[in-house]
Design a protein around this ligand. Structure first.
Ligand code: SAH
Length: 500
């Protein structure tokens, strides 16, 4: 299988203009108590009749067979043939006969009477289509390509279905129930919009991703009570989400990470977050760069910790986006300790860490029954020209060792492993900018890798994998980075240095 990583794939290049480029006019019809006709006997006709009944339409089913008793709510059943004058009595008609010619003549009769008609056997004869829907009633999303690209519609439907929490249905109902009271409380529409924003784009809606609307109801009632007591909405404390952005490929984000990125007021991101992930934000989201490079601490850790507290106190919904997983060599723990100390509510969203992302995309399983029974993740960071590790723990040939931040110290790491007893011909791989279009995998042994890498202008971030499992790369290397998307001039990430 071949997989590629196009850059900026989420950007649209469609130009809007007044020329005729929309095949259909999007509307949602209110059919409550309006007469609608469905013609046909099969399951198709019944399914369509049921949907119209769910919308409160007065549905007439014209069919030879009497519908079963379970089909309650039907306005009437007509056991006769369709007549040309029938459409005059209906707002819309669905022609769901099995034979194409009968459907076509129903569509023709509707055309004469200017009654909208959907003909199940021919899109061309229909004056309206039935879109694919994502039903979180009262929230309804309809998708159509006007029959141009049905598979694309279905693929998008599947994606959106996964993205929109089921609890949005209950949230929509709750909003509806509170609407009247809220309109009295906040008569101005623009102020009501401000009231809703923190509830819908903030922490409460995030609870909906765990599929419970109970939090939403409580928070809504609390927000209304606070508003009633004239508490300035801006004084309410915000929320911080510490989110793992994965190793680079945006497709490796979790659903929750994507939802949070797209609903944040402020995103505080770090150097290791790839540009294509930063591009997923809303255009009005404030972006704060807290990147750190090895020798140029553009923002010291304490300053980042304080920044998160300050932003939350101002009432912002903050996403702290970190490369990989926030709890693996990410100092995420320190950032939330400070939040906890200041009573700021927060959540942690795990991400795919560099070790699992790079090993998957390089075709190097970290454990394998024939090669390695365990693996460890360590930091190869050099401090005062030394790497502080318990080297004696690493002599086991059935253990894979993954070194984060191991590029600068590569020669030292390989030499030390040989000194403590690992064989000089132990396979070792350096995965460069793993999971991105710029990924390269440099494979050698503990003895040969440092010299091999020296001449290849390697760019950080890189991950070093040591152990017998590396020999599997030759046969399991499935990922073909899309060369046309590779950036030959600069790193895919904001800086080339490794994380301190
Ligand atoms: N929290 C991060 C790690 C931060 S430490 C995580 O869980 O992945 C930074 C180190 O991670 C880098 O020096 C490098 O060793 C590794 N790293 C992060 N992204 C990488 C990538 N796309 N390819 C190779 N190594 C990566």
């Amino acid at each position: 299988m071949v997989h590629s990583t196009p850059k900026n794939r989420y950007r649209t290049s469609v130009q809007l203009s007044n020329t005729v480029n929309m095949r259909l006019y999007p509307v949602f019809l209110s059919l409550k108590s309006r007469d609608c006709l469905v013609v046909g006997d099969g399951p198709n006709a019944r399914r369509r009749a049921r949907m119209l009944m769910r919308c409160g339409a007065l549905v007439t089913l014209m069919a030879k067979d009497k519908p079963p008793a379970s089909f309650d709510g039907l306005h009437r059943h007509l056991d006769r043939r369709f007549r040309e004058e029938d459409p005059a009595d209906y707002w819309l008609v669905i022609a769901a006969m099995e034979d194409v010619a009968s459907n076509a003549s129903i569509a023709q009769a509707c055309q004469k009477h200017r009654t909208f008609c959907h003909e199940v056997t021919s899109q061309a004869n229909s004056s309206f289509v039935l879109p694919a829907i994502i039903d979180r009633s009262p929230l309804l999303i309809a998708i159509s390509s006007g029959s141009a690209a049905t598979a694309l519609v279905l693929s998008l439907k599947r994606k959106l279905d996964g993205l929109i929490p089921a609890a949005y249905a209950q949230m929509g109902e709750l909003m509806d129930q509170h609407q009247g009271k809220l309109e009295k409380m906040i008569p101005k529409q623009s102020e009501r919009a401000l009231f809703w924003r923190p509830l819908l784009d903030g922490p409460i809606a995030q609870h909906a991703s765990s599929n419970t609307a109970a939090h939403f109801e409580q928070s809504l009632e609390k927000a209304m009570a606070e508003y009633d007591h004239k508490v300035d909405a801006k004084k309410r404390t915000g929320f911080v989400s510490l989110v793992g952005a994965g190793p680079g490929d945006p497709d490796l984000l979790t659903l929750r990470a994507l939802q949070l990125i797209q609903s944040a007021d402020v995103i505080v991101y770090d150097r290791l977050v790839s540009e294509s992930i930063v591009d997923l934000r809303r255009k009005d989201t404030q972006m704060l760069y807290a990147g750190k490079a090895k020798s140029e601490h553009s923002m010291p850790q304490v300053a980042i910790n304080q920044l998160l507290v300050d932003l939350a106190i101002k009432g912002h919904n903050v996403v702290r986006l970190k490369g990989g997983d926030p709890f693996i060599f990410g100092r995420g723990g320190e950032e939330i300790e400070m939040l906890a100390k200041n009573n700021i509510p927060f959540q942690v969203v795990p991400g795919v860490t560099a070790a699992t992302g790079c090993s998957a995309y390089a075709g190097i399983p970290l454990t394998h029954r024939d090669h390695a029974q365990s693996c460890v993740f360590v930091t190869g960071h050099l401090k005062n020209d030394k790497i502080n590790l318990n080297w004696k723990d690493f002599h086991d040939p059935t253990q894979t060792i993954v070194f984060y931040m191991g590029l600068t110290g590569l020669t030292r790491i390989c030499a030390t492993l040989i000194e403590i007893g690992r064989l000089a011909d132990t396979p070792a791989a350096l995965v460069e900018q793993g999971t991105t279009a710029n990924q390269r995998t440099h494979v050698g042994t503990l003895e040969s890798l440092p010299a091999l890498v020296e001449h290849r202008a390697v760019k950080a971030p890189t991950l070093l994998i040591v152990g017998s499992v590396v020999s599997l790369h030759k046969t399991l290397n499935w990922f073909q980075p899309d060369q046309s998307q590779a950036d030959t001039t600069q790193s895919h990430f904001s800086s080339e240095k490794s994380h301190p």
